[in-house]
Design a protein around this ligand. Structure first.
Ligand code: BES
Ligand code: MN
Ligand code: ZN
Length: 498
């Protein structure tokens, strides 16, 4: 995608399409007002006739108007002007993008970037625009046979700005938004692929491909023999029932000199049947999404590599398939983790933590400035927070706040959850150092408590994305979350934000 900025009046720009906004009570946005004047009151007439609505996200496509150089105008409702913030901006652009993706427009000019939007900046308006278009242009039809309907032909997105001084921030926002869209799309693709294609080996190949031709990025893949040598008995116990080979993917991006890296660890269960503690059949297909944590951290790596950020980043992905079979781990089996701690596997469906704990221990060698794991870890998290916010637990208050704040700024929301030691008592085992489940209550927290036992001396946070990583129902599909949140956090850490 190409991006440009323009200080000319929207009505005077000969583009395929312009987005203009209409507030509640007939108040016109800046670009809408310009178009209205140029067309001798056409916009106001259409509002009066009811053909343009001001309801947030409602769109009307207007063919060329006399006095206006653009071929078409998309008038999008912005709702109440007093309530118009970054989130409303994002919703309005997304709605317009959906409509535009269905037209033949090759270039679009976003007139909404002329609005004054509370608590945000030119940078975020441009970035949200690029991200929203990336979102709307995303298609996943590679598994369908035959000819698919042609996608959008959009190649250029422009931003209307009031003064040339706004250009630099706007361009930077577009560049970052584009890179985030790259990461989100990759994460979605990996999530949406079925488990018979997206196996641990497939994830490993994808990670290798990302590194090929990039001098700053290297990918190493450990096989089961190497993991056994390292003592990863916990991780290997999950793959015991599967014919697919487990992998430990290690991606290292070096863009920041000698400083300590941020390490991201992603749960890569390419299919979670539950193992011997077999899941019920209903919607079990969705357990192909149980590698969305892995997909998101690989996606973040793609974003960072595209932006060539001046920082050091390590991505570690333990990836396995969780299957029942004659060789599978059984409830009650006791396994030894790489840390030396023993675990009684009371439920083979609590497998995510079993692979993550060994990945966390392995990651110590990178001496992380901070380590964050991302996992579709618990159904309990979906009950607690639903589909809107990811959970953040941490042994470090500053890191937890940093992540939640990055979620707010990037519109990829998260919420803090507790990690009191009292919860950890639920993990007591009569036979081993700990059990892998903590009973019915507070399941998202006890899962995090389990991981915490492997983070002594580390600045660590855990993100449970079980509710946010994919949509169910008619819109079934991966969301690419929390790529925007993590990208935002890293951008802030390397001072790349205005
Ligand atoms: N991958 C699941 C968590 C999950 C379930 C995510 C449903 C999204 C939707 C995880 O491996 C799992 O099965 N967790 C168990 C843990 C339990 C056995 C303690 C769960 O949440 O039921
Ligand atoms: Mn499970
Ligand atoms: Zn799982």
């Amino acid at each position: 995608m190409e991006y440009f900025t323009t200080t000319s009046k929207p009505s005077q720009r000969a583009v395929d399409c312009i987005i203009v906004g209409i507030y509640d009570r007939g108040k016109l946005g800046v670009a809408a007002s310009d178009i209205d004047t140029a067309s001798k009151g056409e916009i106001r007439r259409l509002i009066k006739s009811g053909d343009i609505s001001s309801e947030l996200g409602h769109c009307a496509v207007l063919p060329g108007l006399a006095g206006v150089k653009a071929a078409r105008i998309v008038a999008v409702g912005l709702g109440k002007s007093s309530a118009f913030g970054a989130r409303q901006f994002r919703k309005a652009v997304a709605a317009a993008a959906t409509v535009i993706a269905k037209t033949k427009a090759k270039q679009v000019l976003n007139g909404l970037t002329l609005e004054t939007v509370a608590k945000t900046s030119r940078y975020y308006l441009a970035r949200h625009t690029a991200e929203a278009f990336g979102e709307m242009l995303y298609r996943f039809d590679k598994m369908k046979s035959g000819r698919q309907p042609a996608g959008s032909s959009l190649t250029k997105i422009g931003f209307a700005i009031a003064k040339q001084a706004d250009a630099a921030e706007t361009k930077r926002g577009a560049e970052h938004g584009d890179a985030i869209a790259t990461g989100v799309s990759l994460a979605k693709d990996l999530g949406n692929l079925p488990a018979n294609v997206c196996t641990p080996s497939y994830l490993a190949r994808t990670a290798k491909k990302l590194a090929s031709g990039n001098a700053k990025l290297t990918t190493k893949v450990l096989n089961e023999t190497e993991m056994k040598r390292l003592g990863m008995g916990s991780l290997l116990s999950v793959t015991a029932g599967s014919k697919e080979a487990a992998k430990l993917i290690v991606m290292q991006y070096k863009g920041g000199g000698g400083e300590k890296p941020v390490v991201l660890v992603g749960k890569g269960v390419t299919f979670d049947t539950g193992g011997i503690s077999l899941k019920p059949g209903l919607a079990m297909d969705e357990m192909k999404f149980d590698m969305c944590g892995a997909a998101s951290v690989i996606g973040v790596m793609a974003t960072v590599a595209q932006l060539k950020l001046p920082m050091n980043l390590v991505v570690v992905v333990p990836t396995v398939e969780n299957m029942p079979s004659g060789t599978a781990t059984k409830p009650g089996d006791i396994v030894k983790s790489m840390s030396g701690q023993t675990i009684e596997v009371l439920n083979t469906d609590a497998e995510g933590r079993l692979i993550l704990c060994d990945a966390l221990t392995y990651s110590r060698r990178f001496k992380p400035a901070a380590i964050i794991d991302v996992a579709t870890l618990t159904g309990a998290c979906v009950i607690a927070l639903g589909a809107h916010r990811s959970a953040v637990m941490s042994n470090n208050g500053a890191l937890r706040k940093e992540l939640v704040a990055a979620g707010e700024r990037s519109e990829d929301l998260a919420w803090p959850m507790p990690l009191d030691e009292e919860y950890a008592e639920q993990l007591k085992s009569n036979f081993a150092d700990m059990a892998n489940i903590g009973g019915r209550y507070g399941g998202a927290v006890t899962a995090a408590c389990f991981l915490e036992k492997f983070t002594d001396g580390l600045t660590w946070a855990h993100m449970d994305v079980a509710g946010t990583a994919w949509n169910s129902g008619a819109k079934k599909g991966a969301t690419g979350r929390p790529v925007p949140l993590l990208a935002e956090m890293l951008l802030a850490r390397c001072h790349a934000l205005p």
